[in-house]
Design a protein around this ligand. Structure first.
Ligand code: FE2
Length: 439
């Protein structure tokens, strides 16, 4: 699978450390920081979708991975730290105020980690969250969600504090030279690094030197909260895993909490246009492989939805094969969702793909049976094969007739793409992000 993350691998050669940057379509950045001499490597802010890719990178270079670090408790995406650390027997690291299950080491402000002879200094930088740490290295400053490129992190959830963020950022600016490279863990405009000098010159938040003014600007208009925030916190703090299937009632709860943008509807465009969950994202089943990056951009945990659940299970298999994770099938699909009291928006009637399969299979059997009586007995065999095909489809959940019908012109109408609902991230100046709004 060709992803933006693979394209964005950028080993930097400015120090004794290599920095490999992994871009996630959701605006997240994960990093590998490698000591060239020893091969010892630290993974930082690993997104669950990127675990396989990052593990492959470590293996291909024959590096070792002693440390897997989270700069803070992520509220906008699932952390892949536990999964990656398990693959490489790494020590997981986070600040003690994070309270993450499975984290073995909690460095204090000023503590130093070692990659070979290279020092990685841990700075406790509360503000975005109380548990936030920043890593200082000879390659640059890995700022997590403190100072972003052209922005700063938001502070309106998880115990954030705008005044503490101001103090943390200015302490870092006073401690590192202006030419220091800045690697934030989020960017919503496709950038991966900056320098402190460039930020001092152009970041509007750094132009505010009065703490009280910074606090009032930052807290004035908080962006929408991240989608699925409560579910993500359970995953990232308690180590809960994402189930492969959830009940329709839980999907309704997620939608009511503002998580409709995490529902991936894999029916045909016509079915979607006829009836849909408002804010859900349409990517038909037969287009998933070519649009995997669009799936990644949907905030996890993602819910896979179809009419009855069968196509969503096929979608789960397809996407898992492509290396995506954080996916749950809504059991019973839209039918169960409606029965459980879920609301949809409708605009016209349409025969669902399941009904089309029943009609087509039945009609074919009738036609070839007639041909068997009137033309040649071989058509009875064909009728039997059609019946056998339906039995196999029922047993394996893979229906060739359904996939063929989905490609028919009458099923291709409908919206080409859907507008994703409010998703919420960590920036203050990106729509619903971890960043703050521009001052
Ligand atoms: Fe964040």
């Amino acid at each position: 699978m060709k992803t933006r993350a693979e394209v964005a691998h950028t080993p930097q050669s400015t120090s004794s450390l290599d920095v490999v940057i992994f871009e996630h379509p959701q605006g997240c950045r994960s990093f590998l920081i490698n000591d060239k001499a020893s091969g010892q490597t630290l993974a930082l802010d690993v997104h669950l979708d990127l675990v396989d890719e990052i593990a492959a990178q470590v293996r291909s270079h024959r590096w070792t991975l002693p440390y897997v670090v989270d700069t803070h408790t992520h509220a906008d995406h699932p952390s892949g730290s536990a999964a990656l650390a398990a693959l490489h027997s790494s020590t997981r690291i986070a600040h003690e105020r994070a309270g993450h299950s499975g984290v073995a080491r909690h460095p204090k402000d000023g503590d130093v980690l070692h990659l070979g002879d290279q020092a990685v200094t841990v700075h406790h930088c509360p503000g975005h969250t109380p548990d936030h740490i920043v890593l200082g290295t000879s390659a640059g400053l890995f700022a997590g969600d403190t100072l972003l490129i052209g922005g700063v992190a938001r502070t309106d959830f998880l115990g954030g504090d705008a005044g503490e963020l101001f103090d943390s950022i200015h302490r870092l600016l006073a401690s590192y030279p202006e030419e220091t490279v800045l690697y934030p863990s989020h960017d919503y405009n496709g950038q991966t690094s900056s320098t402190l000098a460039r930020e001092l010159e152009s970041n509007p938040w750094l132009a505010i030197t009065d703490r009280a003014e910074f606090v009032s600007s930052l807290t004035a208009n908080p962006p929408p909260r991240p989608a699925n925030m409560e579910a993500l916190l359970r995953l990232n703090k308690e180590g809960a895993s994402i189930p492969t299937e959830i009940e329709a009632a839980e999907a309704i709860e997620r939608v009511r909490e503002g998580g409709a943008g995490s529902i991936l509807d894999v029916r045909t465009g016509v079915e979607y246009q006829s009836e849909r969950i408002e804010g859900s994202v349409l990517i038909p089943l037969d287009q998933l492989a070519s649009r995997a990056d669009e799936v990644k951009a949907i905030p996890a945990p993602r819910l896979l939805l179809c009419r009855s659940g069968s196509r969503a299970e096929m979608a789960l298999e397809t996407l898992t094969r492509l290396g995506l994770s954080g996916l749950s099938v809504v059991r019973g699909g839209l039918e169960s969702y409606l029965k459980a009291g879920g609301e949809t928006e409708r605009s016209g009637e349409h025969i669902s793909l399941e009904r089309q399969v029943r009609i087509a299979a039945g009609a074919l059997v009738v036609i070839v049976t007639i041909l068997g009586f009137g033309v040649h007995a071989v058509f009875f065999v064909i009728a039997g094969l059609i019946g056998l095909g339906q039995v196999v489809a029922g047993l394996t959940n893979w229906c060739g007739l359904g996939l063929t019908l989905a490609r028919m012109p009458w099923n291709q109408r409908g919206p080409v793409e859907t507008k994703q609902g409010s998703v919420g991230t960590c920036a203050a100046n990106a729509p619903a992000s971890c960043a703050a709004n521009a001052p």
